[in-house]
Design a protein around this ligand. Sequence first.
Ligand code: C5P
Length: 221
Amino acid sequence: MNPIQIAIDGPASAGKSTIAKILATDLNFIYVDTGAMYRVVTLAAMREDLALQDEAAVTALLPNINISFKPGNPVQRVFLNNEEVTDEIRSVEVTANVSTVSAYAAVRQAMTDLQREIAAAGGVVMDGRDIGTTVLPNAAVKIFLIASVHERAVRRFKENQAKGMDTTLDDLEVAIEKRDYLDSHREISPLKKASDAVELDTTGLSIEEVVNKVKAIIETK
Ligand code: C5P
């Protein structure tokens, strides 16, 4: 397959990273988890004990934050200044604060620059909230994955249980709705379906069914 850009956007826990990873492996493309990048910046700010509402203080940290990835199984490994933070960036606390940090202009600019730099290397599958609209507006394939809030919370609940994380389904539903609201109502690059993206509702579908549907869309391009 020619090295094309595939953008996969959608709300929290819609299955974007699961699908994107499988596609990248099958196509031998680079996989970029852009949510992980915003999570790393959030973790770095939390470790400094910054008031996360203080945009100037958070953005002043950016020059000291180096984000990198290494292949890993089942998840890609994520590093903050060479320290592995793969698990820490998925904590309930980072998840609860990431939408505040990701709304800041300088944070978005720095992450967008890094994402475009990585994408320039060749075929790429990138997942996030603004890939089709902002980061890779010329991507050959744009998918907007959605699923009901309940189903997304159930999926996250099962993932958390498998990791030994103690969360309730009700709390997860509330957290997911709040994050979607903040992500889709921020001023810069809000979560939004690109006008040329194909929307796919994954409610009730297995991972394999979603992958096959996305591959069918890729084949039409
Ligand atoms: O995809 P994930 O749930 O890990 O993303 C974490 C958060 O990072 C999102 O809730 C959003 O605030 C932010 N994000 C973003 N733009 C992206 C990817 C993620 O603002 N492209």
